[in-house]
Design a protein around this ligand. Sequence first.
Ligand code: ADP
Ligand code: MG
Length: 353
Amino acid sequence: MVNEKHARRRGSAAVAVLIAVALAAVGIYSYWDDWRATPHTTSDFLMNTFVSQTVYGKNAQRAADEVVAALSGFEDDFSMYRENSPIAQINRSAGVAPVAVPEQVYQLIATAYDYCAQTDGLFDVTTGPLSVLWNVTGDTPHVPGQQELSQALELVDYRDILLDPEARTVMLRRPGQMIDLGAIAKGYACRVAGEIYRRYQVGGAVLSVGGNIYTYGKKPGGGAYDIGLSTPEKDRQHTLGTLHADGMVVATSGGYERYFEEQGIRYHHIFDPRTGYPSQQDLLSVTVVAEDGALADFLSTYFFVAGSQAAIDCLDRSEFSLILVDSEKNVYISPALKDQFALTSSDYTLAAP
Ligand code: ADP
Ligand code: MG
């Protein structure tokens, strides 16, 4: 009797072990199955910039394709240069009539309005007339005359964006005013991509939208993603340093990529709404690390205009971290990034704030 009982117990223990081994095998197998599939990589020119992504694990291809589709749709919705985009319609109807816009567009404009207000208008998404006048990123960049410059500058004022949340309409108060979401659209696109990766439950992904880099989930093998940051120079051939920033958007603004030269002077595409000129300050580049892409993109543009002192004062903030390069080639980093960022270029010096 006793032996029989023991034998039965042994038997069920053996079955339990077998089940456990089988479950573990299935678990390990499906884990491998996730990573086994080769990563899916895409590379496109979207939103007027280079967009590339590598997606790992389950559903990688489907998720990657959906991100590409979403970002192509973005251009139709958010570009002021697309004739039929809601933004172009708002700009055409400036001073005339409110325009009903899709939910996503309304939300981003409302968010942008709050960002402008938080910076007292140093960040201002109605700099559209300045972008058009200077045409820095277009075919005919030129330094404008004083009169046309003051005419354009006079139109820049985010407080003239009239939002009606009930009707979901947007109107600019005065004719000639223009919304230009160029400073936040790319970061916002990273947020939307993150929602797609999550929905498809991919293992991990790295997305680059014109210099805004987003890392999602885990890398195969579990290591951290290494992001190489470039030195703020024209040719961008050197690596400034490497950054580990899992699950974050890393947005960089600088005057070294989109600019033109006239009579030996360089004019870049980020404007100081107080002067109408490309911002004149002492930072070569501003990199912001934050969970939310729109926030990171907004802040990188804002600090680039605001200058080093304003940025250094914010190195300790909890909602975001900063890597700043000033014109003396000093690099300032937030204490929170101390163990995540390694400076690799010997031309630059890590500065104590
Ligand atoms: P990039 O687009 O090169 O990544 P940014 O995110 O800094 O760089 O955005 C720059 C764009 O922001 C400009 O091309 C213009 O469309 C817009 N812009 C320029 N000056 C301002 C400003 N002071 N506030 C908000 N947006 C601006
Ligand atoms: Mg930006």
